[in-house]
Design a protein around this ligand. Structure first.
Ligand SMILES: Cc1cc2nc3c(=O)[nH]c(=O)nc-3n(C[C@H](O)[C@H](O)[C@H](O)COP(=O)(O)O)c2cc1C
Length: 191
């Protein structure tokens, strides 16, 4: 199965990237899985211009790295959106990716294009934050649920970690790392 991790933090080796790596380690315990990472901060994904260009064709008119991400996203069996909480939301990098999926929205709702995939992919939000409030992840969950609905992706139970602030907070916390790895191991049993 193809597992695609879309990484939204500007910190390439920060907590959310570490979450992704540990989850991937857990997934790789089951044979037949491949892992791919796309670091949005290293790519050029411009913000959606709301130009309506995709309304007629289902294709985004902006020619940047998102074009390759459309293909990768479509072919993934599992999609992981990985982002720290920035002001109770996902990072701007991830929000650009999400907004550019408006082209998929246009395909589905304006042009009646339907997926020919035999099995519906599952998507997961992996997120972390420095504080510990109850509603910390509510905004991001809502945003990602809305996206997965558009992409016809099943919303799998998210992995959410609180109290991680410094870049190495997670890598210095073995019990949380083990929890992430277990999350990866367990989700391969869902299908
Ligand atoms: C611009 C910015 C906004 C943030 N907003 C929040 C927030 O609203 N709530 C919170 O708990 N942490 C917030 N944080 C802290 C990060 O979520 C936290 O440090 C996280 O572990 C960073 O993950 P990373 O290492 O993958 O980048 C913010 C950090 C930055 C830089």
């Amino acid at each position: 199965m193809k597992n695609l991790f879309i990484l939204g933090s500007p910190r390439a080796n920060g907590n959310s990237a570490t979450m992704a790596k540990s989850v991937a380690e857990g997934i790789l315990e089951t044979p037949g899985n491949t892992i791919e990472y796309s670091h949005l901060n290293k790519l050029t994904v411009q913000p959606c211009q709301g130009c309506g260009g995709c309304n007629k064709t289902g294709e985004c008119v902006i020619n940047d790295d998102m074009q390759e991400l459309y293909t990768k996203t479509r072919s993934a069996d599992r999609l992981f959106l990985v982002s720290p909480i920035y002001f109770y939301s996902v990072t701007a990098q991830l929000k650009c990716y999400i907004d550019r999926c408006q082209a998929q929205w246009a395909r589905k709702y304006l042009l009646n294009h339907h997926d020919t995939k035999t099995s519906r992919p599952t998507g997961y939000l992996l997120s972390c934050a420095a504080t510990s409030g109850d509603k910390l992840f509510d905004g991001s969950i809502l945003i990602v649920k809305c996206l997965f609905d558009t992409l016809n992706i099943h919303f799998g139970s998210p992995l959410l970690l609180r109290n991680l602030e410094k870049i190495d907070s997670l890598s210095k916390t073995p019990d949380k790392l083990a929890y992430c790895r277990k999350f990866g191991t367990e989700l391969t049993k869902d299908l």
